[in-house]
Design a protein around this ligand. Structure first.
Ligand code: NDP
Length: 461
């Protein structure tokens, strides 16, 4: 079978950075066999030694930070300051896993009765060989949420970075290998969707996927009959409700950042805003003024806040959402079209007079576009926020904590925020409901999830 070319394209210019070759089914099968052979010895390595490799990986991330940030910006188009922020955030996650893994995975004695001479214990066994299929938008975050605790727990990892973040994926593999993780224990699988599908056809013990709902559904179907662990972290259409008691300018500044950071390509980007009718017009004015200040341009430039879209195909999604919204009565307050220059550029776009008949309020946009809708009261806001197939995050802005708690308790989402948004903490579990996924990463539960519990019933003679 001829090799599949894999050109790496700079989304800011459309230029090919380097031409690679994707792993085909034969290479993927060989990667799997190597990982299967290597896993038992890794699983038997004391956990403190496995954690020590992550400590060395952390040192490499810090030492090579500038190069890593530049590569990320070059292949994904993430503005350079935001690439550096991602690497800083990665170090904080590594610190969490380094501090918490040994305690979380230690053997537990849950019952002991000398009269019966009985002891009951739980150990946390590695799953075996797992697939880690990753998205491009935060490759260090979404990758490390899986491969770090998976390796620490004693698994071998077949890691497929998105084809749009291939060079970053190769950096990750180089650093882990230099840190002492054997090459057959952490194995990069290079390529696009076909390489991911080939990986799923191997007799792996679990699949941990981050990406869109559409691909997640295919992954779930491929794994369905195999009785292996399937974990899916998928997209969102994350809503925010702005109550009538807020400081309008502060709320607008925080939410514009939540909607447009990473050029709107975060899984937890703010994608819909509902504003109490009493402050709607003032909020919209402040929001538009805020977005107008954002510098759009060369992502390598320190001053840039909004860069290109990583994937050219997303331009069509955004164009279609704007056309559909306009046809149904929305007003375009800012932007509304692609920017004519080489690469994948879309102008920051703010729409008002939107409603739920419009795709922009229902389907994931994953770009620099936001719809702002007026609502009459808290109940109307909650109904609109829950009127979605997704459930990743949801937020409320208000001065009153009891009002916030009341509203957040009724929202169907994996994470809820009061006076903040677009935020992930290594200490809290990260999960979605409905089409936003199944399973979780992060928190101590996000360490345990890479193991299966073994129950020990021990009766002495
Ligand atoms: P995709 O679903 O397009 O791709 C995700 C991964 O799956 C990529 O590595 C992709 O390869 C691979 N893939 C594609 N087809 C198949 C297949 N048939 N079998 C196996 N693997 C396959 O998502 P994106 O990379 O575009 O990421 C954006 C999406 O991810 C958004 O919906 C976003 O919300 C979501 N996301 C969710 C997060 C969460 O924590 N819930 C975090 C980050 C993103 P390739 O790219 O090479 O084609």
């Amino acid at each position: 079978m001829p090799a599949t070319p894999l050109p790496i394209v700079n989304p800011a210019t459309g230029a090919v950075v380097v031409r690679l070759v994707a792993d085909g089914p034969r290479e993927v099968a060989l990667h799997y066999l190597a990982a299967r052979r290597a896993q038992p010895a890794w699983g038997a390595t004391p956990i403190r030694k496995r954690i020590a490799t992550i400590e060395k990986f952390r040192e490499q991330v810090i030492a090579r930070g500038d190069t890593l940030a530049q590569t990320l910006t070059q292949e994904v188009g993430k503005p350079i300051r935001q690439s550096r922020n991602e690497l800083k955030g990665l170090v904080a996650r590594l610190d969490f896993f380094i501090a918490e893994s040994a305690r979380t995975l230690r053997e537990e004695r849950v019952f002991s009765d000398p009269a019966q001479k009985l002891d009951e214990r739980i150990t946390h066994e590695p799953l075996g060989v797992i697939a880690n299929i990753s998205a491009w938008n935060y490759p260090y975050f979404v990758g490390s949420n899986v491969f770090v605790p998976a390796l620490v727990a004693g698994n071998a990892v077949l890691y497929k970075p998105s084809e749009y973040a291939t060079l970053t994926g190769r950096h990750i593999a180089d650093m882990l290998h230099a840190a002492g993780v054997p090459e057959d224990v952490f194995v990069p699988v290079i390529g696009g969707g076909a390489s991911g599908a080939a990986l799923l056809s191997q007799p792996i013990d679990g699949v941990f996927f981050t990406g869109s709902y559409a691909t997640g559904a295919k992954v779930a179907a491929a794994a369905g009959k195999r009785m292996i662990k399937v974990q899916l972290e998928l997209g969102g259409k994350d809503p925010v409700y702005v109550c009538d008691d807020v400081d309008v300018r502060n709320a607008a500044a925080g939410l514009a950042d939540g909607a447009f950071y990473n050029t709107g390509q975060s899984c937890c980007s703010v994608e819909r805003i509902y504003v109490h009718e009493a402050i709607h017009d003032a909020f919209v004015d402040a929001f538009v003024a805020e977005v107008k200040q954002y510098r759009v341009g060369d992502p390598m430039d320190e001053a840039t806040y909004i860069g290109p879209l990583a994937r050219a195909a997303q331009l069509d999604v955004l164009r279609a959402q704007v056309a559909d919204a306009k046809r149904k009565g929305a007003k375009v307050l800012l932007g509304g079209a692609a920017i004519k220059r080489k690469g994948n550029w879309f102008a920051p776009t703010v729409l008002c007079d939107v409603d739920h008949s419009m795709s922009v309020m229902r389907d994931e946009s994953f770009g620099p576009i936001i719809g702002i809708q007026s609502v009459a009261d808290d109940n109307a806001a909650i109904a609109q926020m829950n009127d979605t197939d997704y459930g990743l995050t949801a937020a409320v802005y208000t001065r009153e904590s009891s009002r916030a708690r009341r509203i957040l308790a009724r929202l169907q989402a994996g994470s809820v925020y009061w006076n903040c948004c677009d935020r992930v903490s290594p200490r809290l579990p990260w999960s979605g409901v409905k089409h936003s996924g199944i399973g979780l990463t992060l928190g101590t539960m996000g360490i345990e999830t890479f193991t299966r519990p073994k129950a020990w019933h021990l009766r002495s003679a």
